[in-house]
Design a protein around this ligand. Structure first.
Ligand code: TRP
Length: 328
C-alpha cells in the first residue's frame, strides 16, 4: 500500500528553539520513514504579521539548517518554500470562496494573535491565514499534519474546505483528503520563565546554543519559589526544571523527584544535571549545524531540489482542480 502523506510547515522565524523541536520538529524526523513527508517553509505567511521582508531569506536559511541538523532527510522528505510554487496563490483564490468571513473570525488562534500582538486593523490576508494553510496541505493532498496544539483549529478549517470543495465540484470522486492533525506528547515546552517558549518572550534555549550558553540560561531558570535554601523540600510538579528533566532526563526522573521533595537535592545541582543532559542532546545537532553552515550552497541546492519535487505535485493537483471546476 502507498504510504500516507505528511505535509507540515513552519513560518521562517530564524534559528529554532527547543519549543519548536519538541512541539513539532521531533515528530517530523520520527515520522519521515513511515510517511511520505513534505516540509514547507511558510514564507508568505510571515506577511500576515510583519510586512518587512528583509529577514525572510536569512531566517529561511537558518531554519532549514536547524531542520537538517535535527535530522530531516531531504532526499526522503523534500523541503520547499511556499512562495516558489505559484499554485499556492492560485488555489488560495479558489479556496477563499469556499469559507465564510464569519467562520474565519471565529478562529481561536487568530483571536489569540490579535490580542497578544495588539492588532487593531486586521488585514484581509491575515484573516485568510488558515485558507493559505489549507492550500499548503491540500495541494499536496496531505493526510496527516504534525503540528503544535495551537494549529489544530487551522487543521479543522482545512478539513472543512476540503469537504466543501469535494461536495461542490467532485460529484463522482472526491479529490481532497480530510487531513488529521497530530500533536506531540510535549506539545508545549515552557520557556525559561515558565511561559510558553517563544522568541518574542526572550525565554528560549536554541538548538544552536553551545554548552556554556545552556548552562548559563538554566542557572537563571525559575524553580519552586518556596525552595529557597538548598535543603528546603521542593515541589517538582510546579518546577520548570523538572519539566525539562521529564523530557531530557527521563532515566533519572524518579530519583530527582524523590530527592527534590526530601530536600536532599538542591536547585543548583539539579540544574547542573539538567543542563548536562540538554547539552548531550544538543551536541549532535550543533555538530551537524556546523557542517551545513560551512556549506550554504548545499543548503540552497537542497531547497531547490525540494521545490522541483513540490512543484511537480502541485501542478498535477491544480490540473485536477481545473478539470473538476470545468475551468480552462
Ligand atoms: N501555521 C503554521 C504555524 O504558524 C505554519 C504553517 C503554514 C503550516 N502552513 C502550514 C503548518 C501547513 C502545517 C501545515 O506554525
Amino acid at each position: 500500500m502507498a504510504k500516507k502523506r505528511i505535509l507540515s510547515g513552519m513560518r521562517p522565524t530564524g534559528k529554532l528553539h527547543l519549543g519548536n523541536y519538541v512541539g513539532a520538529l521531533e515528530n517530523w524526523t520520527k515520522l519521515q520513514d513511515e510517511y511520505q513527508s513534505f516540509h514547507l517553509i511558510a514564507d508568505y505567511h510571515v506577511l500576515t504579521t510583519d510586512l518587512s521582508t528583509d529577514e525572510i531569506y536569512n531566517n529561511t536559511i537558518e531554519m532549514v539548517i536547524d531542520w537538517l541538523a535535527a535530522g530531516l532527510e531531504p532526499e526522503k522528505a523534500p523541503i520547499f518554500r511556499q512562495s516558489q510554487i505559484k499554485e499556492h496563490t492560485e488555489l488560495f483564490l479558489i479556496f477563499s470562496m469556499l469559507i465564510t468571513k464569519a467562520r474565519l473570525e471565529r478562529n481561536p488562534t487568530l483571536k489569540e494573535q490579535v490580542r497578544d500582538l495588539n492588532i487593531e486593523n486586521l488585514t484581509y490576508g491575515h484573516l485568510g491565514y488558515p485558507v493559505l494553510q489549507a492550500v499548503d496541505i491540500l495541494l499536496y493532498k496531505g493526510d496527516v499534519v504534525p503540528v503544535g496544539e495551537d494549529q489544530l483549529p487551522h487543521i479543522e478549517i482545512t478539513r472543512e474546505i476540503a469537504r466543501r470543495f469535494n461536495n461542490q465540484y467532485c460529484s463522482d470522486e472526491p479529490i481532497f483528503p480530510e487531513p488529521e492533525g497530530k500533536i506531540t506528547q510535549f506539545a508545549r515546552l515552557p520557556g525559561l520563565d515558565g511561559n510558553r517558549m517563544s522568541k518574542s518572550l526572550g525565554n528560549t534555549i536554541f538548538l544552536s546554543d553551545e554548552p556554556d550558553v545552556v548552562n548559563q540560561k538554566l542557572r537563571k531558570a525559575v524553580t519552586d519559589p518556596q525552595k529557597v535554601r538548598k535543603n528546603d523540600p521542593g515541589r517538582p510538579e510546579i518546577c520548570l526544571v523538572f519539566t525539562y528533566h521529564k523530557k531530557f532526563n527521563p532515566e533519572e526522573l524518579g530519583e530527582i523527584e524523590t530527592n527534590c521533595r526530601s530536600g536532599a537535592l538542591g536547585c543548583v545541582e539539579c540544574k547542573t544535571k539538567c543542563s548536562a543532559k540538554m547539552n548531550q542532546f544538543l551536541a549532535p545537532i550543533i555538530e551537524r549545524r556546523k557542517k551545513y553552515e560551512a556549506n550554504l550552497d548545499l543548503v540552497k541546492s537542497i531547497i531547490n531540489d525540494g521545490e522541483q519535487k513540490a512543484r511537480a505535485i502541485a501542478e498535477v493537483t491544480m490540473k485536477e482542480v481545473h478539470q473538476k471546476m470545468k475551468i480552462g
